[in-house]
Design a protein around this ligand. Sequence first.
Ligand code: UD1
Ligand code: CA
Length: 452
Amino acid sequence: MTNIHAIILAAGKGTRMNSSKPKVLQILADNTLLGHVLKQAKLVSQQIHVVYGFGGNQVKQTINDDSINWVEQVEQLGTGHAVQQATPHIEEDSVSLILYGDVPLIQQTTLEQLIDASKTSGIALLSVVLEDPTGYGRIIRNNETIQAIVEQKDANVEQLKVCEVNTGIMAVQTALLKKYLSGLDANNAQGELYLTDIIESAVNDGKTVASVITIDESEVAGVNDKVQLAELERIYQQQKSDQYMQQGLSLKDPSRFDCRGDLSFGQDCEIDFNTLIEGVVTLGNNTTIAPNCCIKNSKIGDHVTILANSVIEDAVIGNGASIGPFARVRPQADIGENAKVGNFVEVKKSIIGKGSKISHLSYVGDATVGADVNIGAGVITCNYDGVNKHQTIIGDGAFIGSDSQLVAPVTIGKNATIGAGSTITASAPEDQLTLSRSKQRVFPSWNRPVKK
Ligand code: UD1
Ligand code: CA
């Protein structure tokens, strides 16, 4: 098997981003542009070489991937020069696949076609036909046969009329690539070493240059400014929605669904508008998500109902549970089967047992709540003493009256009942009523003050 080496050009600054970050670290769907390219490159290659320049340390630190061979291009002397920095690290009997750190939506199948074409012809380029080819290198053909790529700045009037352009993405047998790169010169309008000149060298060498022509402009679109970044984000989101709907997910409005990560789901799940998925999220079967929910890195079971305006992060939600509306389920919350986390309820780092209900206006943090517990409206676990966090443990079947405070560390026994409005500072026994509020009194001789 031939080894495939991906060479990703990523040396540019990206001045038009007006950012302290290098261009390839700009974010699309919660991943860097370079991260997207790396993901695709890994699907088709055995080794990845990234040619970096501007902001090198920042790029390396952010990507933080030891499997990459980082190659520095100190001065940017052209795309040919950039590739020359990587080729000494690559064995001759392999195929080199040239990619760009700012072209994030390139598709795996296209790359596979290109690699296949290069195996027979020696050299294959990816082109696209544009209505307005201004700025791009033109593909010059004689009848069908590719003769050369001519850059905009070097092209004559006839050549400028050509609408088939070079995307820059190529697959080349490495031995040939090395040979042609060594013959490059900067004899052109920009005084650079053009990678594109290897096409003419191959033709002069008697090779037939193969081409793959993509009809999808977005997969070869580069990102130079924030407008283009936002355009590609929309295209990416549309692709994700299409993919998920084809796999059976119901989206009420795919144009108002964003996934910045990976969503997996069972059958008959339905997502209403304005949902944001981040990180890795899984849904079981028959789970529904109402409008305006944000869900990040969470595992959600079957028959779960997530009502409007809920935010769920790093949590596990059991089968049949009901969340929201306006619930905030924070990291390390584990909500049991058929449990309910209702209106304006916040749960953090807590286990909520099967069938337990926290229906209204509560904060439950650092707690272990048993099964079939009823936590009344406005109950607060006072988990923080200003320095340390403490645990609250509530046994199965307990009933916590509304507006009670459970001052942790504290344990509420099984089937205990806490009277409404209590401040519980010590353990409450099983099966009994505990309350801490003062007895109700009437003051018959008291009068309201009058204004002087
Ligand atoms: C290049 C192609 C052109 C093609 C176009 C597609 C050449 C000579 N021309 O032109 O045919 O139509 O891309 O977008 O290849 N880079 C480096 N180091 C360098 C120079 C460039 O890493 O020394 C990187 C840039 O960061 C960029 C990419 O290579 O990501 C393309 O470079 P750029 O200068 O933008 O090439 P174009 O003039 O657009
Ligand atoms: Ca460019």
